[in-house]
Structure formats: C-alpha cells, structure tokens
Design a protein around this ligand. Structure first.
Ligand SMILES: NC(=O)c1ccc[n+]([C@@H]2O[C@H](COP(=O)([O-])OP(=O)(O)OC[C@H]3O[C@@H](n4cnc5c(N)ncnc54)[C@H](O)[C@@H]3O)[C@@H](O)[C@H]2O)c1
Ligand SMILES: [Zn+2]
Length: 446
C-alpha cells in the first residue's frame, strides 16, 4: 500500500491511499492503517461517502488528525515510513519512532533537543559505527548548539558507579547546564547508565534514547527504568526517569552480532508469554525470519514489543504490580547473571534460561500444561538461546542471590509465574515453595 502525501502537513491533514486487492474488507484496511502506521493518530472519514461499509473501490480518502504531539510538524512521507508508538504518561508522554534509516532523518532527533548543549553518551564499540552520524544530525539543527560526546568502555561489567562518574566528569568539564540534553547511543547498558546520569545530573536534564540493540529497542529504552549494578546485585541503584523520545533505527541492527540479536529476542518471547498470545504464535511462525534479520519481521516484532511495554508502563509506571510482570524469567535470570559475574552470559541469555526454569516451576505447580512448556522450550531453542543455567551454579547460590531480589517483600519472594492458557501470568508470593526447591534441584548439580 503506497501513501501519497497531501501537500499540507498542518493538522489535521488529508492523505490519499489506495487499497490493494488483498484488502477486500475496508474495515480491515483501516484497522491495519491505524495499528501499524498511524499509532497515536485519529482517523476520520472525510465524507459520508467514505463510510467503510459502502466502500468498494480503490481510492480511500482519509482525514488524519494527530491526537497527540507525535506527528506535529512531521512531513507525511516520514510518518508513512515508520511506526510511532506513544507511551502515554500524561504530560510526560513520549513517542517511540520505529523504522529504517531514521538516523538519516535528523529532524526527528532535533525536535526533541532542548537547550543549547547536548552530551551524547556511547561506548567504544558503537562510537565508530554511529556517533558521527548522530552528532552531525543533531548539529544540523543549527544555531549555537554545542554537541559533546563521552565514549565509555563497552560491557555490562562497566555498568557501575565508576563508569557513571565518567559521564558526570564530561558533563561538568563541558559545562552542561540545566537545559542540556543527554543522548544515549547504544545498547541497554548505555541507555540505563545515560538515563541514570540524566536523572541525577543537576537533579535532572533532558534525555533521549537512541537504542542500537534488539534488547534496547524492544525493552530497555522504553519505560524509564535507569540505573547501574552493585557487586551484590543487578540494577540495585537507579531511578525512574522517562526520555523525551526514543528513536529506533532498525538499520543499526545490521551490525549487531548474532548472539546479541538472539539475546534481545528473549525479551520479545517474554511479551508473548505474559500478555500477548497472538504475538507468541506469530513468533512461532516467524522466528527464522527474525533471526535472518528480515527487515519487516524485525520492525513488526519491535513495534509489537514496544506497544506491549508502553501499555504496561502507562498503566503502572512505578511498578506497583502489573509492571513487575515484565520481569518474567528475570528472578532466575538475574541470579544467573549475578552468580556468573556480569558479562559472562548476556542478559537475554540469562533471561532465556530463567524463562525455562520458570516454565518448569509452573508445570510443577500445575499452573500450565506440558504442551505449553514444550512450545516455550522449542521457541527458545530455535532462537539459539540457552534453556538451562550453567551447571556449576548451585541451589544455595540461587537461593542466596534470589533473597536479595528487589521483589522480596516482607521476607517473601514474589515471583512472576505463568498461570492458565498462553498469555496469562500472575505476580505472587503465594506459591508452594517446594515447587521452587524442585526446580532448583532439577537445574543445579547440588
Ligand atoms: N531499563 C530497562 O528497563 C531494562 C530492560 C532490559 C534490559 N536492561 C538492561 O540492558 C542491558 C543489556 O542490554 P544489551 O543487551 O543491549 O547489552 P549492551 O548494551 O551491552 O549491548 C550489547 C553489545 O552490543 C554492542 N552494540 C550495541 N549496539 C550495536 C550495534 N548496533 N552494532 C554492533 N554492536 C552493538 C554493545 O556495545 C555491546 O557490546 C542490561 O544491563 C540490562 O540490565 C534494562
Ligand atoms: Zn530483561
């Protein structure tokens, strides 16, 4: 379906589009338009004649008006090429732009830059790939904009207070002020650290996420959780801090190693399991396309993941309950990461093994059936992800690390567990601890 943009880009504006023969039912076409391309917009029929029920021919005239600031000033061609998912948080709402070659559309970034000073935070791996492009893009805004950058060492083991200080050092040396903007360019480690730095520098400065891994594009860049690790536990020090926007250029995934790609897919699988059965089924049909980096499959998976995350975050920003479900597989997963030492296994790999352990526990509790467990294991295996922790991690190690988990309340560990048909989960401390013991015994040597 091709979009022919109208000359005017003011709001509301009209577009012309044609319905391909595959859309014999106009309602379907309209639903697809709404869901995929005009997220955050309201579609209005221009004339009575455009009532979808009377619709039989090819030309459809739709009137589109933006229901938020998402599309403001955006040329329609740009919108047609990308999806916009809105994270609805009242006056802290923000758009996630998802599409190919978005780094070549610098106006997207520029419109969210506040103040005259920008600090781009990235690492030694990503800087040679994309830093120049991002700096040039931001500078294109013109005026007296000063764009600085800080290049951190690469890796989860540097997600700590010492490395965080390097961001503050640079910000202070370059006299970043209260109105400046911090831009995170990289994977989840950079996003989490830059976000925490933005939350605390001068008690909070503007912040933009440019995520470049699947993990960051489907999960960590969305929702405002920021922070660093402590030697005794992952992400124990941090803040909730929402960005001004998230810009996902799917082309950046072309340079991502296969192992990192698979790691991010662990979180994609998670969304299907906890709340989106049709998405899980879609993955069962399309996993090989995703792993082969089919652009359409990747864009769809990222968009659907962001929609799921945005919805959960909108309903429960500060993790009163619902948001905790996004940590399915993570209680075991974090214990694996901490037990092994950060960086040994990738986050998504630990989450995948944690997902397999949680599924095992749910079967023992009688909360899911074995068929669902097999489907989960099968999808993880097809994604080239681990389905068990390293054998040398002991039951005692798991128990002691899990007792430090952030989800321990009043001395009781709360866990996210699947319960019922695919797509359902609970966050509860009310489970038989023997099931947990049995799962640990099954996966650990001693
Ligand atoms: N804040 C949240 O809500 C949230 C959610 C999930 C995960 N996380 C955090 O995210 C982190 C994991 O994120 P990650 O998996 O992105 O790891 P990462 O940031 O370490 O990135 C993985 C590797 O890929 C490299 N890289 C990044 N983009 C690249 C590109 N386009 N091409 C080539 N190489 C590239 C990185 O430099 C790194 O070596 C963990 O610290 C985890 O705790 C946070
Ligand atoms: Zn995760």
């Amino acid at each position: 379906m091709a979009f022919a943009p109208a000359a005017s880009t003011s709001r509301p504006f009209a577009i012309n589009t044609s319905i391909g023969s595959s859309f014999s039912e106009p309602r379907v076409c309209i639903a697809k338009l709404t869901a995929s391309t005009f997220q955050g917009c309201r579609l209005v029929f221009e004339k009575e004649a455009m009532d979808p029920r009377s619709f039989t021919r090819t030309d459809l005239h739709l009137r589109v008006s933006a229901s938020s600031a998402v599309l403001e000033g955006m040329p329609f061609t740009a919108c047609g090429d990308m999806a916009v998912v809105n994270v609805d948080l009242g006056d802290r709402s923000y758009p996630i732009y998802i599409g190919s070659a978005l780094l070549d559309k610098p106006e997207l970034l520029q419109r969210h830059i506040k103040g005259q000073k920008v600090l781009v935070v990235t690492n030694t791996r990503v800087a040679p790939l994309y830093l120049d492009k991002v700096i040039e893009g931001i500078k294109g805004k013109g005026g007296d904009l000063i764009v600085e950058s800080v290049i951190l060492p690469d890796g989860e083991k540097y997600k700590d207070m010492e490395t965080l200080m390097k961001i503050f050092d640079k910000a202070i040396e370059t006299r970043m002020d209260r109105k400046c903007t911090f831009v995170a360019l990289g994977g989840g480690v950079i996003g989490d650290m830059c976000g925490f730095a933005a939350a605390s520098f001068l008690r909070g400065v503007n912040f933009i996420q440019v995520p470049t891994t699947v993990m960051a594009q489907v999960d960590s860049s969305v929702g405002g959780k920021t922070g660093v690790n402590h030697p005794l536990g992952k992400n124990l020090i941090g803040a909730f801090y929402q960005p001004q926007c998230v810009l996902v250029d799917t082309d950046t995934l072309n340079t991502l190693p296969d192992r990192e790609l698979a790691s991010g897919i662990a979180e994609v699988i998670k969304y299907g399991l906890i709340r989106d059965a049709p998405f899980f089924e879609w993955q069962e049909k399309n996993m090989e396309s995703l792993l082969a980096r089919d652009a359409g499959a990747l864009a769809y998976a990222i968009k659907r993941s962001c929609e799921n995350k945005a919805e959960v975050v909108s309903l429960d920003e500060k993790e009163g309950g619902l948001r905790a479900t996004l940590n399915f597989g993570h209680t075991f997963g974090h214990a694996i990461e901490t037990g092994l030492g950060y960086g040994e296994w990738l986050h998504g790999e630990a989450v995948a093994a944690g997902t397999a352990m949680a599924a095992d526990m749910c079967v023992r509790l009688g909360w899911i059936d074995r068929t669902l467990q097999s489907r989960i294991l099968n999808l993880l295996e097809r994604s080239k992800l681990p389905t068990a922790p390293p054998r040398h991690l002991t039951t005692e190690m798991f128990k002691s690390i899990m007792s430090l988990d952030k989800k321990v309340a009043d001395g009781k560990l709360k866990m996210i567990l699947l319960k019922g048909p695919l797509g359902n989960c609970v966050f509860t401390a009310d489970f038989d601890p023997k099931a947990l013991e049995a799962t640990l015994a099954a996966f650990c040597e001693k």
